[in-house]
Every structure is written in C-alpha cells, then in structure tokens.
Unconditional design. Sequence first.
Length: 282
Amino acid sequence: MESVIRDQIVSFVLESPDNRFPDSDQPYFEEPLIGFAAGDDPLFGEYKKVIGEFHLTPTEIMKNCYGEQVGEATTVICWTLPISEKTRKSNRSEDSMPSREWALTRAHGEHFNTLLRMRLVEMLRFAGAQAVAPLLSGMWRPVMDPRVGMASTWSERHAAYAAGLGTFSLSDGFITEKGIAHRCGSVITNAAINPTRRSFADPWSNCLFFRDGSCGMCIQRCPAGAISTRGHDKEKCKDYAYGEVRNAVGELYGVMETGCGLCQTKVPCESRIPFARKKGNG
C-alpha cells in the first residue's frame, strides 16, 4: 500500500494539469516529499498541550467521520509540495510584496493541494479503506488562543513533523530536506503503513538559528517586522499578508489569498536543510 500511495501522490503532482500556471506549462510544485505517522503516535496527544486542547487527534477526526465504533486512525499520510525554483527565484528579488508567481501559487497552488487531498481519499476509499482529509472533514477551523495566538484544530505542519518530514523554524515555518518553501497536506486512514522514522534531534534542529545561533535571515526578510529572535508574531504577519499585501497587489494579481513568503525565499533554508556557517577565519 505504501508504494501505491507514494506513486499516486507523485504522479498526480507531476502530471496533473491543475499543477500548472494558467498562462504557461510551469508547475506550481516540484516532486513532493511523503511521510507517514502512526495514528496513535503520542505526539498527537502532546499537541493538545503544545498547541492547545482544541487541536484534534487523528482518532477524533476518524471517529467523527466514520462513527465511534468503527472509525480507526491507523496512519496519517503527509506530504510537502516544494514550490518551483522559478517561483522561488521570482520572490527572492522582492522586498515588500510577494511576486505574482508566488501569489498565484498561494491561491491556485493550494486549490491543487485540495484536489490532491480529494484524490488520495478517493483512491483509498476505492481500495476499501477508510480515509479522511482533516482540512476537508468539517472539523477544521481557525482558533484564536490567548496562549499561542492564531492556531487551528489541525496543523498540517505538525502532522508532517510527526511523519518525519522536517522540523520547525524561527519564522514558524517547516524546514524539510527540500527547504521551507512549500505547502503541506495530510490524509488519515485505517490502512496500515509503517511510520517514517524521525531522524532529527529536536523539533527545531533544521533551523540554523536554533541549532547554533548563526542565522536570522528571515528576520531581515520580513517586511512587517513580524519575526524577531523571540519568534514569530502571528498577528503582525496576518495583518500584513492578509491586509496590506492583499490591498496592494490582490486585484493586480487577480487573487486575494496572496500570502507573502519573503521569509521563505532568499534565506539559507529556502530549498534545503542549511549547513552550519563557519565561524572565525576558518
């Protein structure tokens, strides 16, 4: 089943016409990274402490979808969709607003990500398995929590962490072996698949700032001043990306969900896990 799932996800990303800009054959996303987490991984229970009691476990979502007696969350299938090099390059040259390519990827690319979720659920159900995409389950909702600020009832990034795909960053992004510029997705199923091993030392080990203090490029790249050595100010980020940016270029680009992404480009972790910087003269 694992190889079938991997093949389905990869082929859909590489071949689907929906993973293309409307005016060219340029893809939004390159070949995906795929990982698997156990549905009963203790991490999902820990997220109720780290994120908030409102954060759902895979079991809660499956039982809500299929019923208390039969809903079984055995595996969480996770993926990241690396944003194409051409789009990342276009955003590197920006210093206040996202590039048109980046904005279209945020809007139309996330629509493609939704189609991928639907495709995988359909494939699994056709094979006789239970499956549900948390973001399409009717249980996902944004949450404003006084302790952690903006959050939600299911975090695709935290699911990807449980599936061994990467670690978190100073900017609250998620750094994989293909970098921080990507979109995440997940599907929960009762199909049994061996979990991907988590090989990192801690939840921040792919970020140079947390690893050895040698970086902080995302702080300089943020036009809203929403990133500092203390972390990521979600309110400032939201107000800028969904307020100022939308007002400035939304109509011009023809999309309202533009994002920003400046902290994800022209930084050492843009497309890889960054190497430690050499200190001194050596």
